[in-house]
Each structure stands twice: as structure tokens, then as C-alpha cells.
Design a protein around this ligand. Structure first.
Ligand code: ZN
Length: 411
């Protein structure tokens, strides 16, 4: 490898020496007055509107200072003067993050600013040494939160003067805060909407209209009770991503999330209401098929859903283990108990499957199928104001039992 080629390249040595000298000269001319202390590269964001992971790679160990800002909700990361080599494609809005900016700060330092869709918590912000490549990476995990939790984290940040001690502090920032004085909060989700019409009944009833009508009536009933704070994910005919529905529940620090649906099923004879909770494994094939259809909602609306990354999949597994899940099941049972004497239920009316819309880790969540639009009688009932009122009254009773039981405190 040495002798023969060296011989053949006889006079190329001189040529390379000249090129080399020119490159050195060009390099000297291009070096700025303040050299870069860091190189940042391979910036990536993944996740959805409830959980987003941000990763940035550095050639050397960065020692960032970071803090949160409101109006709009932002995470600011300050670094020594950094040369950013970031693919503009990676800066597109993603998950919770709507906008990424970076640049020079006073000639001596650099700043990276991530703007969020709404209030958030920093679950983690860590610097790690790359195992398989040279350099270090910064990993930040953000999750959608309530305004109160965001404000509390801001207050805590002010108290601790936004230090660089990311790991222990991020744990404190991630804690949910007390919710004294807050009324029991229900977020009602009218399934589908906008371009996503959902199922359609034999006489042309669109699921998205039924769900909105019912959700609005249920909201009014709960508000009239006076003991609850009640919010809707949508109150008009508009499209909402599934993860945005979950984010809204978290933003309101909901104690309960109820997603309202009225789908169709192959067997036209099947009728009655069903209550669903989230699960990794579906209770039966029909529940699985329903969850698959509901989870397609984003694609139906033409949104390219990014490949679910491992972190997001892990979150689903994780939340099933949490206490929240047992509260979801507890409410589902109460709901079945209240609905069964007043409106018809299908056999085994509490079922479960991997619904994306039920994955808020800290909000007990159920999906209620009021009935099947594929069944003529069910469609008739869903169109009846009297029937809907009966159903809403039963749901309100189940909520009351859940809200007043002593052991339901989520946060
Ligand atoms: Zn539906």
C-alpha cells in the first residue's frame, strides 16, 4: 500500500502542499474574532402534543443554562458561543413545539429558544456522553401541563435562579403541584369534527354532529350543577388532532376526561352503549378494531402522523401502570352502573383497547360509545333529545359519585 502508489503519484506532493497552504490561509481569513466554543449538530424532535423529546448533539460537553418563559410558553437554553449546523427540516413544528429559533447572543454566547403550543413541564433536561459516537447530547423531555403547573415551575425557577444543575432541578420541575381550591374539572371531548366526520348512520346522521350535540348538552348539565369546572375540547365543527385533545385535558388540569363517540359496527343488530378505557391489549377483536379506526382519525384528516417513536410507545405502557389508570377503571365501572338502568348497554359494556385519545398519564380518561349509528334504533335514540337527556343525567350521576368519593384525587 505504500511504495507502489507513492511512486506513481510522483509529483502530486507539491500540488497538495500548495492546496494545503491555500486552505490554511483561507482558514485564517475565515476564523471570526470570537471562535466558537461549541458545535451543535443533529438536532431532532419527536413525540406528540402531549410529550415531546428534543435532542441536540455537541462536539464537546455543553454546560447550558436553561429556563422557562411565558407569553408565549418557551424553553430557553443558553450555551457558550455555538456554531449551529442544523437541518432546517428538523426545525419544523413538531409535537408540543411550534417554533425553534437559535442564534448569537451578545457575541459571546448563543441561545436556543423552543416555543410551545401551551403550558408545559420539563420532565428532564440532561447532558449525556454519546456511547457510540464522539461528543455529547442534550436531551430535553417536555410534557403538556396546566397553566397552574407551568406557573408553579416558573415560580420555583425564580426561587432557584435558573441554575445549570439540570438533573435534580428538572425532577422538581416535573412534580405536579397541589390543586387546593380548584373545582373538580371535567373535560368533555366531542369525537371527530371538521374533515373527520366519523361514522355515518343509515339516515345520514354524522357521528361528529351527534358527539358535538351530546357533549354540549352534557356540559350544560354539569355547569348547571354548579360544582364543576367544565371544558370541551371543541365546541364547533372543527378538526382536532387526537394528541391535541389529550393536551387540552392536561392544560385544564382535568380530573376526568370523557371522549364521546357513536360509531358503527359490521353487525347491524348490535346496539347499546359501551365504556372504554385504555389498554395495551384489547379486550376483544371489536374493541381493537374500534381503537384502530379511532386512531386513524389524524390520517383521515390528511395529517402525516410521524412514526410513533419508542418514547411515545413507552409512555402508553407506563401510564397503564399508573394510579391514573385505576381511577379510569373506577369511573368506567361507575358509569356502567349508572347507564345500565337508563340506557341500553351492549354485553360486557366495559371494554378496553389502545385508544390514543385516552393516554393522558395523569387524567382519568374514558371513551363512551353512546350507541351504534349502524343500528337504526340506536340512530333514532341518538337523535332524540329526551333520550340524550336521560343519558347525560346518568353520566352526571356517575361523575358526582366519582368526584365525591374520597379516594379519587388524581394529582
Ligand atoms: Zn368515533
Amino acid at each position: 500500500m505504500m511504495v507502489p502508489t507513492a511512486g506513481r503519484k510522483g509529483n502530486s506532493g507539491g500540488f497538495f502542499a500548495i492546496v494545503g497552504a491555500l486552505l490554511v490561509l483561507a482558514g485564517l481569513l475565515l476564523v471570526p474574532t470570537h471562535a466558537f466554543a461549541l458545535d451543535a449538530h443533529d438536532f431532532k424532535m419527536a413525540g406528540d402534543a402531549t410529550h415531546t423529546r428534543i435532542v441536540a448533539n455537541f462536539d464537546k460537553e455543553p454546560e447550558p443554562r436553561w429556563f422557562m418563559l411565558r407569553g408565549p410558553h418557551r424553553l430557553v437554553i443558553d450555551l457558550p458561543k455555538t456554531r449551529f449546523a442544523i437541518d432546517p427540516k428538523e426545525l419544523k413544528a413538531s409535537g408540543l413545539v411550534t417554533n425553534v429559533r437559535y442564534g448569537d447572543l451578545s457575541g459571546q454566547a448563543s441561545r436556543l429558544i423552543l416555543e410551545a403550543k401551551g403550558p408545559f413541564l420539563i420532565d428532564r433536561l440532561e447532558i449525556m456522553k454519546n456511547e457510540k459516537a464522539p461528543g455529547y447530547r442534550l436531551v430535553a423531555d417536555l410534557s403538556a401541563s396546566s397553566q397552574q403547573a407551568f406557573d408553579d415551575a416558573l415560580a420555583e425557577q425564580a426561587a432557584t435562579t435558573g441554575s445549570t444543575e439540570a438533573t435534580p432541578k428538572s425532577e422538581r420541575l416535573g412534580l405536579r403541584t397541589g390543586r387546593e381550591g380548584q373545582r373538580f374539572t371535567v373535560v368533555i371531548d366531542a369525537g371527530h369534527g371538521g374533515v373527520d366526520g366519523g361514522a355515518a348512520g343509515p339516515s345520514g346522521t354524522a357521528e361528529k354532529d351527534i358527539t358535538l350535540t351530546f357533549a354540549t348538552e352534557l356540559r350544560d348539565k354539569l355547569k348547571a350543577d354548579g360544582r364543576y369546572s367544565v371544558f370541551m375540547t371543541r365546541d364547533k365543527d372543527e378538526f382536532l388532532r387526537l394528541d391535541d385533545r389529550v393536551r387540552i385535558a392536561r392544560e385544564h388540569d382535568a380530573d376526568l376526561f370523557i371522549s364521546i363517540h357513536a360509531d358503527t359496527i359490521r353487525l347491524k343488530g348490535i346496539r347499546g352503549a359501551t365504556v372504554y378505557t385504555v389498554s395495551e391489549k384489547a379486550s376483544d377483536a371489536d374493541a381493537q378494531a374500534l381503537a384502530d379506526r379511532e386512531n386513524l382519525s389524524d390520517q383521515l384528516a390528511g395529517i402525516v402522523v410521524e412514526e410513533e417513536n419508542h418514547e411515545v410507545a413507552d409512555i402508553l405502557v407506563d401510564l397503564i401502570k399508573r394510579e391514573t389508570h385505576s381511577f379510569s377503571i373506577r369511573f368506567a365501572r361507575k358509569l356502567v352502573g349508572e347507564l345500565s338502568p337508563t340506557i341500553g348497554l351492549i354485553n360486557n359494556p366495559h371494554r378496553f383497547a389502545g385508544f390514543k385519545v385516552l393516554k393522558a398519564p395523569d387524567v382519568p380518561s374514558v371513551l363512551l360509545e353512546l350507541g351504534y349509528l349502524s343500528n337504526v334504533k340506536d340512530e333514532e335514540q341518538l337523535m332524540s333529545a329526551e333520550w340524550r337527556d336521560k343519558a347525560a343525567t346518568s353520566i352526571a350521576r356517575a361523575i358526582e359519585m366519582f368526584a365525591t368519593s374520597t379516594d379519587n384525587a388524581g394529582g
